[in-house]
Design a protein around this ligand. Structure first.
Ligand code: GCU
Length: 609
């Protein structure tokens, strides 16, 4: 940022006036591997559907008026007898953070609007440290205030962001106030129409991270593209005042290599290695990796593997692989709401392993970082995705910037995770010139940031009688021919499926990104009665037989592991605001179709047939 812009910003900040919203800064790598003061726990909250805490009665933001006072972020709790204050956090209930509000307060189950959070905390501030307020995710838009002063805003419900608060903390008592707004809007990402619950709030961890003045801000340490004996990547320092020495150690591989960062704190690394125990779902080997400089250190657990496609095959560590997958939403159906911790995330991943999976599709947005770290540990390959879903505003430049930012932040956060083999730029988007340009730019962006993984999207299909054709033009730019198909549910019926044939117009591996049918757990009838377990069971039998006919079929992620909540599923008898395509119900019950897929995976020959 140019000097004069910095000065203007400083002046505006001093007078607490923000003429425009300052977007969050670059996000540090592996924040939770550092010294942290967790801000998880009880936060008082105020429901504010009319944004009384943000706008005056002429709809002008309090924080952009002179002096910036008047909003709930002032956090006035003991006014004198002459001061009229129409809020008070001290007398409000609390929400648990991390956690969406919908599943914690019955008044908020369907709530789409503004809600304020407040958290008091103490810091024993050290002069030789930097301090960052780090949010793992807030859905959807938030404005953040520290000790009554605005420190920034963020948009995007599933990616992390942070603010440097080194100069804004009090030594001792502090309070942070966050205004969250989860109202769906046409030009946002996702747009207004989705098939998942619009969980609002501070849905993932919040922490105050401290670092030395010069610290390791980012790093990528992975195998070079298609080179199984060269580790390469980069280290990015922040705050370095000289060209610092950086050391990378992987003791188990007898690696201790040092490099010198340039004047910008950046250095590319390239380390020849021998005898790597390659990461795979069967052998999810992770190495302790230590990165250090004169003043800082961070450590991580990293797996090393190669992934590529050759014609219609997918090659993991030099061997052909079949992706035995399942789709997963970020939701704990047993207790409701977003997955919150290692415990419930591990449970979901173990359910996928028990089903016989070696692969999962994390639909339709960036999931919790813990999901990726546990996929590394448990041994599940991952399709990661951004919520470019259905009818996005393809012609809106701000919409594109938002989508690209969510994509880039997700890739930056998870670039060291061996489990991630595919970056997906979207799902089931209607073919048009504008959509092809928008998503084509996203594909180019992925390849520019990370050329070591595959790029995909859930493409569209064409149908003519019993002929299904896959020729979505976006496929030309992708590594996989991936598509959703709902034969036997949204079109045709299970017993008709054997008559269908697929023509795939790409010489690429075919990975079915979705197929599924609803069944209400415990509802039994003959197999052409929709909503019955028998219908779903026959559907899976015939789907699998139909798909097996596809030359180049190299994987699938049936929709979906567990029933999940959706505002679009109103049938009071069979759905009751649940999408019932799960193989497991929201009570943990395995439906009959579960065993059809489990048996198919158990007997599936991984190598190309
Ligand atoms: C679509 C979409 C899913 C949705 C599913 C369904 O393919 O990608 O997000 O839940 O169909 O209709 O159940």
């Amino acid at each position: 940022m140019s000097l004069n812009k910095n000065i203007i910003l400083l002046l505006l900040f001093v007078f607490n006036i923000f003429p425009f919203e300052i977007q969050a800064q670059k996000v540090m790598q592996n924040a939770f591997g550092r010294e942290n003061l967790s801000l998880n726990g009880a936060w008082q909250y105020i429901i504010d559907p009319y944004q009384m805490g943000y706008l005056d009665y002429r709809q002008k933001p309090f924080d952009q008026s002179k002096g910036g006072k008047g909003g709930f972020y002032d956090n006035i709790t003991t006014p004198d007898k002459k001061t009229r204050v129409e809020y008070n956090f001290d007398f409000e209930p609390s929400l648990q953070v991390p956690g969406d509000w919908n599943s914690q307060d019955s008044r908020l189950l369907f709530y789409e609007g503004t809600l304020w959070y407040r958290k008091d905390f103490n810091v024993n501030q050290k002069q030789d440290k930097n301090y960052f307020l780090y949010f793992a995710a807030v859905n959807y838009e938030c404005h953040v205030y520290l000790n009554g002063k605005k420190i920034g805003t963020h948009k995007g419900g599933f990616t992390p962001f942070q603010f440097d608060v080194t100069e804004k903390l009090n030594n001792g008592k502090n309070f942070v106030v966050v205004m969250v707004d989860n109202v769906r809007k046409k030009d946002e990402v996702p747009t207004i129409n989705t098939d998942w619950w619009n969980y609002g709030g501070i849905t993932r961890d919040v922490t105050l991270v401290s670092t030395p003045k010069s610290f390791i801000e980012d790093y990528k340490i992975q195998l070079a593209k298609n080179e199984k004996d060269v580790i390469e990547g980069f280290i990015q320092l922040k705050g370095a005042t000289e060209k610092e020495k950086v050391t990378v150690e992987i003791p188990e591989l007898k690696i201790k290599s040092s490099f010198t960062a340039d004047e910008n704190g950046f250095v590319k690394i390239k380390i020849p290695v021998k005898n790597i125990d390659y990461w795979s779902p069967e052998n999810p080997k992770l190495y302790d990796v230590k990165i250090s400089t004169k003043t800082d250190k961070n450590s991580d657990k990293i797996g090393f593997r190669t992934i590529k496609t050759v014609d219609k095959d997918i090659i993991l560590n030099g061997k052909s692989i079949f992706l035995k997958g399942i789709s997963v939403h970020d939701e704990n159906p047993l207790v409701g709401g977003r997955l919150k911790s290692e415990g419930d995330i591990r449970m979901i991943l173990n359910w996928a392993k028990e089903l016989g999976c070696n692969y999962i599709r994390l639909a339709h947005y960036t999931h919790n970082e813990t999901m990726l770290r546990l996929a590394d540990e448990i041994g599940l390959m991952v399709w990661a995705e951004v919520p470019v879903y259905w009818t996005i505003s393809w012609n809106n430049e701000e919409t594109y910037k938002n989508a690209e930012n969510q994509l880039a932040v997700g890739i930056e956060r998870d670039k060291n995770r061996a489990s991630v083999i595919i970056w997906s730029v979207g799902n089931e988007t209607p073919v048009s010139k504008e959509r092809n340009v928008f998503m084509g730019k996203l594909i180019d962006k992925v390849r520019a940031i990370d050329d070591t993984r595959l790029v995909a999207a859930a493409l569209e299909i064409e149908r003519d009688g019993y002929a299904v054709t896959v020729e979505d033009p976006l496929g030309d730019k992708l590594d996989l021919a991936s598509f959703n198909e709902y034969g036997g549910w949204y079109w045709s019926e299970p017993k008709e499926l054997p008559k269908y044939n697929f023509e795939i117009k790409f010489n690429k591996p075919v990975v079915i990104s979705e197929f599924g049918a609803d069944a209400l757990a415990g509802f039994h009838a003959d197999d052409d009665t929709v909503w019955s377990e028998e219908y779903q069971e026959l559907f899976y039998k015939n789907q699998l037989n139909m798909l097996e006919k596809i030359d180049g079929l190299r994987g699938m992620t049936p929709w979906i592991l567990v029933d999940f909540k959706s505002p679009r599923r109103q049938n009071p008898k069979y759905q009751n605001f649940w999408n019932r395509k799960g193989l497991i119900s929201e009570t943990g019950y395995k439906k009959k179709a579960y065993y059809i897929l489990q048996n198919y995976y158990k007997n599936k020959n991984l190598n190309k047939k």
